[in-house]
Design a protein. Structure first.
Length: 293
């Protein structure tokens, strides 16, 4: 019984039903969020379904969905429940034209989507502009997609700090694709350790990845900036991102041939992720720790 309830409350299991309802009602959509990221073969965990719909067809949700297996969550007209055979899946609706944090207006879902197994998913460049962080995308960084994301953000005049963080992500993508960065001094100058912006933390993590991967001779510089990143995230009390920075520091010590310190930082990361309820990242860090044991 518990296994059945788990499956009924599994967003991925119910996505086909939800997508079919969108298509039968003539609602233009694309799936965004964690399910879309997984469609592009990157790891991201989530307990809900996020869908971007066109402004023109959005009213059909209230017209056809509510009372027919869907209900509004308390106090909201955008956050729904999809109820199926006793299961209840959170469904978050985003509408074309709304502005995300960073000033990026949500586009028509038909403008940047791909079809996989009869479902429409957001393209990877769109996911990046919707603030899927560059360092959430695993170990392979798609340079062209980050370049497209920068162009999208420049056209829509995103706020400068958000754009600067994405450009640092593009520089990281180039390094991860074995394109050597020729102007490290310029990148270092773009980081403001006195800033409290969440985008500054993102730039810091990108910079650490650049220094860690650009050249073995940069490991000492990488260690210097990783320590600055740890201190910055501790000071800003950004616990989840502090955990992510511990993972970067663990990778540094692996490359320096110091497994005990790598294990120490993985253990710290696991503790932080558990406090944040980031179960997927707990699993990822525990698997890495097991490989080092």
């Amino acid at each position: 019984m518990q296994a059945l309830l788990h499956e009924l409350n599994n967003p991925e299991r119910q996505l086909s039903t939800i997508v079919q309802d969108f298509e039968e009602c003539g609602i233009d959509y694309c799936v965004i969020g964690s399910l879309a990221v997984r469609c592009h073969n990157y790891v991201r965990y989530g307990a809900d379904v996020d869908v971007l719909v066109s402004k023109e067809t959005y009213p059909k949700i209230g017209q056809f969905f509510i009372g027919n297996g869907y209900s509004y969550r308390p106090g909201s007209d955008r956050h729904l429940y999809c109820e199926f055979l006793g299961g209840r899946i959170p469904l978050d609706i985003y509408v074309e034209g709304e502005k995300r944090e960073g000033g990026f207006p949500l586009p028509d879902p038909r403008a940047s989507r791909i079809k996989v197994l009869s479902r429409w998913y957001a393209s990877l460049p769109l996911l990046i502009t919707l603030k899927i962080r560059a360092d959430d995308l695993g170990d392979v960084f798609p340079r062209d997609h980050f370049g497209e994301a920068v162009l999208l953000m420049e056209r829509t005049r995103s706020i400068p700090s958000f754009l600067a963080a994405t450009k640092m992500g593009l520089a990281m993508a180039k390094v991860m694709n074995n394109e050597k960065e020729s102007d490290l001094d310029s990148l270092l100058a773009k980081v403001d350790l006195n800033s409290r912006s969440i985008y500054e933390g993102r730039k810091l993590r990108h910079l650490c990845q650049i220094l860690l991967n650009i050249d073995v001779q940069c490991l000492s510089k990488a260690e210097e900036w990783i320590e600055k990143a740890v201190a910055w995230h501790e000071h800003q009390d950004m616990k989840f991102w502090l955990g992510r920075t511990y993972l970067i520091r663990a990778e540094l010590f692996k490359r320096k041939g110091d497994p005990p310190k790598a294990r120490e930082n993985l253990t710290k990361a696991i503790e932080v992720f558990k406090k944040c309820g980031a179960d997927g990242w707990v699993i990822k860090a525990e698997e890495e720790l097991a490989r080092l044991s």
